[in-house]
Design a protein around this ligand. Structure first.
Ligand SMILES: Cc1cc2nc3c(=O)[nH]c(=O)nc-3n(C[C@H](O)[C@H](O)[C@H](O)COP(=O)(O)O)c2cc1C
Length: 413
């Protein structure tokens, strides 16, 4: 009897760690008919709050400094499969977001050979974009075949998918928020330690740049206006904070299970992100150990209390029970109205790079995408630990873990 029990527990664990990892795929070109997404591995019974998802999509479209495209689109999620009467069924989810702008691009983006045209063909790659490397890699003479997919338009679907993952985390009182901490060289005042997720949400909702520091925000807006006048672009830094995480998501035992690496990868996969830091990040390198590591003590009720959170909620590749604090740096937008020097692959001559309609700055939107990417990776780690086919099973695993953790800490005295 005991052997059977152990066997069944072991099998369930293997399923969680390897067989049933949540995954997604997206497809869609910037000016194609639609973006589509498929998500597999979500448990049955999760409530899909469409209003919440729509609000996140609207936030991604916002932020001072965006180009004309965002005025055309009004992103609207359609569920094609996997949701019934407002709850997930456990089947793969299929989502669609239509591109309104496609109306203006039907001929240029036609899938039919008879419609082939040189209209809007691009042969001058933009420095800083996928155009050149992608053109050589796939041997495309028309670089539009690369830039249509490399465009950050795809991140609309990632925001939808990541926020479905956030709904799962929210169910277990795990909540995150992102904000802009620097833009175009203007740095906002550091976030006061007492300002957690609730405060970030409250402050950013009325901010044009999802920034916590009103004075710095005015300087950032002025910097964007200047860059626009000069035909130039700007980048910046955003931070994502997540509260309510249990200790033990991710693992130290294998390189690809370390959550710090996975989260960094998730943020680095956002187009334009060039650096990620966790907690003190790069600043830790110049400090002494005694200034960096977060001392611990037992507080009332065997609660663990840390004097600081320089580790940003991750130690040994695992969550440690403190809030996750992660930042990402975005390079300036590579499409400049004051075109950069490039080459024409058709003529072999030096020419100006192609100029598409473009954002002057998209760091605020990137913060929303960052929240979604972080939520996705945390939800995957959460399901690896507490996974099951239904929300009911996950709730049971979650309750057990809370109790066992309490017993473990109580037993240590
Ligand atoms: C929300 C968002 C909006 C963006 N808007 C534009 C844009 O309008 N024009 C552009 O050239 N790049 C834009 N980018 C940046 C490019 O997608 C990115 O710099 C490019 O894909 C190359 O980045 P990589 O070298 O990190 O792949 C945007 C990025 C994000 C995250």
């Amino acid at each position: 009897m005991r052997a059977v029990l152990l066997l069944s527990t072991g099998w369930a664990g293997m399923q969680n760690a390897a067989g049933r990892i949540m995954r997604y795929l997206t497809a869609g070109e910037s000016h194609g008919p639609a973006l589509v997404g498929i998500v597999e591995g979500l448990p049955a019974g999760l409530k899909i709050e469409e209003d919440y998802l729509q609000r996140q999509l609207a936030r991604r479209q916002g932020g001072y400094g965006r180009g004309g495209r965002m005025a055309i689109e009004k992103d609207q999620i359609q569920f094609l499969a996997g949701v019934r009467f407002g709850r997930t069924t456990g089947s793969p989810l299929a989502l669609m977001i239509a591109n309104k702008d496609w109306q203006n691009w039907q001929e240029v983006m036609s899938p039919h050979p008879a419609a082939e045209t040189d209209a809007r063909k691009i042969t001058c790659p933009r420095p800083g974009h996928a155009d050149l490397a992608g053109g050589i890699k796939y041997f495309h003479r028309d670089l539009r075949n690369i830039l249509e997919r490399a465009s950050a338009r795809e991140t609309a679907m990632r925001v939808a998918i990541g926020n479905i993952a956030a709904l799962l985390l929210n169910h277990f009182q795990i909540r995150g928020a992102g904000y802009v901490c620097a833009l175009g060289g203007v740095e906002a005042a550091p976030r006061p330690p007492a300002w957690g997720v609730e405060m970030i949400r409250r402050k950013t909702v009325s901010s044009q740049l999802y920034c916590l520091d009103g004075e710095a925000e005015q300087q950032m807006i002025a910097a964007i206006d200047r860059a626009r006048e000069e035909g130039d672009t700007l980048g910046g830094i955003f931070e994502v904070v997540v509260e309510g995480l249990p200790p033990g998501l991710g693992s130290h035992v294998q390189a690809d299970r370390r959550l710090d690496g996975r989260l960094a990868g998730a943020l680095m996969s956002i187009p334009g992100i060039k650096g990620v830091e966790i907690g003190l990040g790069f600043a830790a390198a110049a400090k002494q150990g005694s200034e960096v590591h977060d001392t611990m003590r037992f507080a009332a009720g065997k609660r663990i209390s840390r004097a600081s959170n320089h580790a940003g909620g991750l130690e040994g590749g695992m969550t440690n029970g403190e809030p996750l604090v992660i930042r990402a740096a975005m390079k300036p937008i590579p499409t400049l109205q004051k075109a950069l020097s490039s080459i024409d692959l058709a003529t072999g001559k030096t020419e100006d790079a192609a100029v598409e309609r473009a954002d002057v700055c998209a760091v605020a939107a990137a913060a929303v995408i960052g929240e979604a990417q972080v939520a996705w990776e945390l939800a995957r780690a959460f399901l690896e630990k507490f996974g099951g086919d239904s929300l009911l099973e996950i709730e049971a695993g979650w309750r057990d873990y809370q109790q066992l953790k309490q017993d473990y800490l109580g037993g240590g005295s």
